[in-house]
Design a protein around this ligand. Structure first.
Ligand SMILES: Cc1ncc(COP(=O)(O)O)c(C=O)c1O
Length: 377
């Protein structure tokens, strides 16, 4: 038997190490919710929205999950039938799902090889293509893939020239910065997810929309709460039910209290991997003007599947985000793709592999990951 098989596995994401750091405060916070009994939109939700608003410098509306957050952002722009929503093909399916749920047409553009994020050049072609196809380009969703903010300085004027609004799909990037500006105000609207594995994750489902404009924030709150208000049982517009519950908010408040301490630790793990793996695999993208939230540490290798298998045998957890571009997911086949296709997205889907990363990954565990990768490539 390989000696490494006797060691404890290194999971790709370890939530228990963080929980140990946060106890007993975490359990006490959850018990406080059980005691006060305001399980939905209770005082923890209010406190969390305030703190997230302070962190981001934008108005924060919490909701049920990141997919709802994207849909609410699109809804607040009245995106619907006949509208095009340009987005990268290399993303999680939820980005496209939100647009289709609003009745709009997703138009898949390619990503940049250097950032894995929406290519401004491909986005420009997709906007032009959408208009020529008779659609109104209403929104561009830029995805901060793996925690690295997209190139908003390039995308914003492009979208504006079509009267379209940029929405940040910040599901993976809460905590990141671009030009020292926090995620939440990098675009007029940002949507994040608090799914457990995210840089700021709860112990269930959760999400939030950030809006830089107060009026838009009010509209989103109305849409997320059954179109209700002012007052109860006064439904002034069609809405949906998308709420964060108080237990998840209590969990998030505990986790937010250590996020500023965790982000540099995540960066330190990434730097250590970079130094050890440089020249042996293709390292994850970085940007000189950005600090990633490091939702994933994702390398590229031409023999990705074999590498993943070898790491698995050495007890190292890995993940493939994502094995195919969204335009080739059966649910989205037939939706328009930018002329020229999405060759970079295709290449990435064939080559990416995410390695274990969390703020509490011991140096010993990091060394095991490094040794296993070096042995396999
Ligand atoms: C890029 C991206 N967008 C949207 C979502 C949707 O978030 P949720 O799972 O909270 O609905 C995710 C979640 O994995 C994501 O990674």
């Amino acid at each position: 038997m390989n000696i490494q098989n006797k060691l404890a596995p290194v999971p790709v994401i370890d939530l228990q190490a963080q929980r140990a750091r946060l106890e007993p405060g975490m359990s006490e916070a959850v018990l406080r919710v059980l005691a006060h009994g305001r399980f939905v939109l209770g005082p923890e939700v209010e406190a969390l929205e305030r703190q997230l608003g302070d962190w981001s410098g934008a108005h924060c509306i919490t909701c049920g999950n990141g997919t709802d957050a994207l849909e609410l952002a699109l809804w607040s722009l009245d995106v619907g039938v006949g509208d095009a929503v340009v987005m990268p093909a290399f993303t999680f399916a939820a980005t496209a799902e939100a647009a289709v749920k609003r009745g709009a047409t997703p138009v898949f553009a390619d990503v940049d090889e250097a950032s894995f994020n929406l290519s401004a050049e491909s986005c420009a072609r997709a906007l032009d293509f959408a208009r020529r196809a008779g659609l109104r380009p209403k929104a561009v969703i830029a995805v901060d893939l793996f925690g690295l903010p997209a190139d908003y300085a390039a995308l914003a004027p492009l979208a504006a020239s079509y009267d379209a609004t940029v929405i940040a799909d910040a599901a993976q990037s809460f905590g990141a910065t671009l030009d020292n500006q926090p995620v939440g105000r990098l675009a007029p609207l940002s949507a994040t997810s608090f799914y457990p594995s995210k840089p700021l994750g709860c112990y269930g489902d959760g999400g939030a929309v950030f809006a830089t404009d107060e009026g838009v924030a009010k509209k989103i709150r109305l849409l997320a709460r059954h179109g209700q208000g002012p007052g109860r049982y006064n439904h002034v517009t069609l809405g949906m039910n998308s709420r964060l519950d108080s237990m998840q908010a209590a969990v998030l408040l505990q986790k937010l209290s250590v996020l500023a301490e965790e982000l540099p630790k995540r960066e330190a793990v990434a730097k250590r991997y970079d130094a050890a793996l440089k020249g042996r695999v293709e390292l994850p993208p970085r940007a000189a003007n950005a600090a990633s939230a490091w939702a994933c540490y994702t390398i590229r290798h031409p023999d990705r599947d074999r590498l993943g298998e070898a790491l698995g045998q050495a007890g190292i957890g890995t993940a493939v985000h994502y094995p195919r571009p969204v335009n080739r997911q059966p649910a989205f086949v037939g939706q328009p793709v930018v002329p020229g296709g999405v060759p970079v997205s295709e290449r990435l889907a064939a080559e990416v592999l995410s390695l274990p990363l969390c703020a509490y990954l011991s140096q010993r565990a990091q060394d095991r990951v490094i040794e296993a990768v070096l042995a396999a490539v």
